[in-house]
Design a protein around this ligand. Sequence first.
Ligand SMILES: Cc1cc2nc3c(=O)[nH]c(=O)nc-3n(C[C@H](O)[C@H](O)[C@H](O)COP(=O)(O)OP(=O)(O)OC[C@H]3O[C@@H](n4cnc5c(N)ncnc54)[C@H](O)[C@@H]3O)c2cc1C
Length: 363
Amino acid sequence: MGSKVSVDDSVHVVIVGGGFGGIAAASQLKSWGVPFVLVDMRDAFHHNVGALRASVESGFAKKTFIPYSVTFKDSFRQAKVVGIDLPKQQVLLNDGGELSFSHLILATGSDGPFPGKFNKIIDMESAIQTYEDMVKEVQKAPRIIVVGGGSAGVEMAAEIKTDYPAKEVTLIHSRVALADLKEILLRKGVHLLMSERVSNLHTLTLNQFQENLLVRTDKGTEVAADLVIVCSGIKINSSAYSSAFGDKLASDGALKINEHLQVEGYDNIYAIGDCADLKGPKLAYSAGLHANIAVTNILNSLTQKPLKTYRPGSLTLLLSMGRNDGVGQVNGCYVGHLLVTFAKSRDIFVSQSWKNMGQIIPR
Ligand SMILES: Cc1cc2nc3c(=O)[nH]c(=O)nc-3n(C[C@H](O)[C@H](O)[C@H](O)COP(=O)(O)OP(=O)(O)OC[C@H]3O[C@@H](n4cnc5c(N)ncnc54)[C@H](O)[C@@H]3O)c2cc1C
């Protein structure tokens, strides 16, 4: 990357969604000098991988929101995309605006419960304050239940136990935990309730301190707590494109794509990140790899070069278990906790994102 490519005036890329995939694509197009607009409904990139620490450690939330306009200037447009007019090659915005595209990258990602995700249309300062308010709820509660033992739930429980070892933290998960995760969680003092599903979630107040909340499971177990945090239930954000691509949607709303990450039947429209229908876990790391393929293929198609094929490779996932522990795999091989702690757990990759966006991380 670095040198500019010369493209004719008809080339204008629109990227919908400024999550991990969208900002990686925008940064690459910027460095190649290809005209683009990045559209997101918010004013700042949300580093949601760091969201769990932001809800436990006061002062961390400001590191997890990075303003788009400082990096992308006039190439950033804040708006919610409400539709796509395929015949006219236009993206339709909630404020009545329209953005014409020669190439489109769809990177609308996924949504889920706060604090792991925060897909509200809200300004950066209020978003940071919402996380700081959550820190206070965690501080007040002596007994906390985390619902959902996927990677987010496991990290949440470990974050709380690392900062507040005296709190009683219970993780409830409908399946069985992986052996090595179980070991770390038990070592940290997290109570595990595996193969049980919470049955009264809809009656519980979430993310707010409330004494003696009673959480029930489908097996009849009852656990008392003062704060309940849900870390499961990720859904694909498909509202921007669902009416345009009705027949190209997988059952979860992700876009069906070919090996070049082009939406089936369209050679100028790409889907990357969580909203792309690809096998395997949905990861920020993968979203970055997809962005690279999509941008390369846009450039290759403009210069009559063969398109690159996306090959997923083996799993790379690092789980931080609080700032001083972790577990993970790189290219399918297990890596030790020291490496994970050094690479991820200390700052959850937030410094890297500020660096990638050419901005200085607030201290
Ligand atoms: C708590 C948690 C921890 C995680 N930890 C890890 C980890 O350690 N490592 C890892 O690799 N992955 C991790 N993940 C997964 C990772 O966060 C996702 O895979 C990643 O965010 C996907 O990136 P994305 O660009 O596809 O979408 P997202 O990050 O979801 O971003 C989508 C963007 O699109 C915008 N958007 C959506 N719809 C519209 C619209 N209609 N108009 C305008 N804008 C729109 C949203 O505002 C958002 O900014 C974690 C996820 C969670 C929830």
